[in-house]
Design a protein around this ligand. Structure first.
Ligand code: GDP
Ligand code: IMO
Ligand code: MG
Length: 427
């Protein structure tokens, strides 16, 4: 079982950090393959809480090598501040590997992210403002700056000039902002070069060799399936591919090497930022989920929008990722409701629809069709096995499994590493 992908099945914040950390002790490499410091992955170890943005959650497991793959966008200032923060808390980060092909988030990418959102006004995406979209746009436009460019100054100068030529026209003429001097950008980027150097590696070669030697490699997704630029609720998405295929392009490991794809699935639904959300609750139930679930963004501190579980979304995640398993998280948050509504299908323009519609307009009109499942009031946070759960909680899990199209192999009953019911092994 050499290579596993672990990814978000909904709109992010499903508990990927916890799930990755749980597996971290048994795997050799944990690889981020897309996104950047727009992610906020929380890991709770004993009484210690860590919020990771750019670094793979495996960094907290001493035997594990953390890898930032070619598909990730790296803000070097954020990277060093995250590394410093961990070092101050006694975490050894010396094993980190970073792909020389990963793209750098530059200060002008962050500026463009912020001014674009401001310019969009009420049509804004609600991005994290970290420069993610503009950095991927530069990559696709072939004017991006890669980690390896830091080690050839004349190339770096040319590339930064090329990237800024066009951007400065837009910044000055459209957004009424001062043009950005390329010399200053180059100067800043070069200050990172020496400290970054020991981490830079041919990660594609290293990971493929590791898999061939039977080592266990875990790919940790950022964001989630419905934030995928191809398969998500476009345009209200991030600018990368969190879905399973992204693990291949974002690391240089071929699909034939991936043995298992685990979807992290919250027992209800949340979303941050703008965009459609059929089961969103704007009432006291939504407020209660937010309060009990602690649904506040790890990266931006924004309140998360909350709603009931949406089965068409889970089925869709199974389909587009080829999921082999689910890890159901935050079941404990649902304790106390007499009845729990679950969205089993949508009603769109008077018709019942079982699957996520491919048309954006239809999804905006989709009204949830709810089935009521009986709730439970017993504290489940100490449950260690499926049998420890009250009957109604067991039935809730079984119903979700039936609707979602893949086995639920683990259940989270609290934020800590040990607050997990393992049903089938992932390894
Ligand atoms: P990620 O982005 O997918 O890693 O998720 P976040 O860290 O942004 O949000 C998940 C939150 O839920 C974090 O605060 C976790 O500590 C917490 N969490 C994860 N699993 C569970 C669980 O099973 N129960 C509870 N109560 N909290 C959980
Ligand atoms: P983790 O990994 C939840 C959302 C933003 C916005 C949209 C685009 O913690 O699950 P971006 O800055 O990426 O261009 O913003 O995507 N978003 C997330 N929502 N969890 C995340 O990461 C997210 N990363 C981005 O709120 O709606
Ligand atoms: Mg998060």
């Amino acid at each position: 079982m050499p290579a596993l992908v672990l990814l978000g099945a909904q709109w992010g914040d499903e508990g990927k950090g916890k799930a990755t950390d749980l597996l971290g002790g048994s795997v050799d490499y944990v690889v981020r393959y897309q996104g950047g410091n727009n992610a906020g992955h929380t890991v709770v170890v004993g009484d210690q809480k860590y919020a990771l943005h750019l670094l793979p959650s495996g960094i907290l497991s001493p035997g594990c090598t953390p890898v930032i793959g070619n598909g990730v966008v790296v803000d070097p200032a954020v990277l060093f501040s995250e590394l410093n923060g961990l070092n101050e808390r006694g975490v050894d980060t010396s094993k980190l590997l970073i792909s020389g092909n990963a793209h750098l988030i530059t200060p002008y990418n962050v500026t463009v992210d912020k001014v674009t959102e401001r310019f969009l006004g009420s049509r804004k995406i609600g991005t994290t403002g970290r420069g993610i979209g503009p950095t991927y746009a530069d990559k696709i436009n072939r004017v991006g700056i890669r980690v390896q460019d830091l080690y050839d100054e004349s190339i770096l100068v040319q590339k930064v000039e090329a990237a800024l030529d066009f951007k400065n026209q837009i910044l000055a003429k459209l957004y009424n902002r001062r043009a950005i001097e390329s010399g200053k950008i180059v100067e800043e980027l070069l200050t990172y070069a020496d400290r970054l150097k020991p981490y830079v590696a041919d990660t594609t070669l290293i990971l493929n060799d590791a898999i061939d030697e039977g080592k266990v490699v875990l790919f940790e997704g950022g964001q989630g399936t419905l934030l995928d630029v191809d398969h998500g609720t476009y345009p209200f998405v991030t600018s990368s591919n969190p879905t399973a295929g992204g693990a291949c392009t974002g690391s240089g490991v071929g699909p034939t090497k991936i043995s298992r794809v685990i979807g992290i699935l919250k027992a209800y639904t949340t979303r941050v930022g703008a965009g459609p959300f059929p089961t969103e609750l704007l009432d006291e139930d939504g407020e209660a989920l937010r309060r009990i679930g602690g649904e506040r963004g790890v990266t931006t501190g924004r309140d998360r929008r909350c709603g009931w579980f949406d089965a068409p979304i889970a089925r869709y995640a199974t389909r587009v990722n080829g999921l082999t398993d689910f890890f159901l998280t935050k079941l404990d948050v649902l304790t106390g409701w007499e009845q729990i509504p679950v969205c089993v299908a949508y009603e769109i323009d008077g018709k019942r629809v079982e699957e996520l519609p491919y048309s954006q307009s239809d999804f905006h009109h989709a009204k949830p069709v709810y089935e009521m499942l009986p709730g439970w009031s017993e504290d489940i946070t100490k449950a260690k096995t499926f049998d420890d759960l009250p009957k109604n909680a067991q039935d809730y899990v079984k119903a979700l499994e039936e609707m979602s199209g893949a086995p639920i192999s683990a259940i989270g009953v609290g934020p800590g590493r040990t607050e997990t019911i393992q049903i089938n092994s992932f390894l």
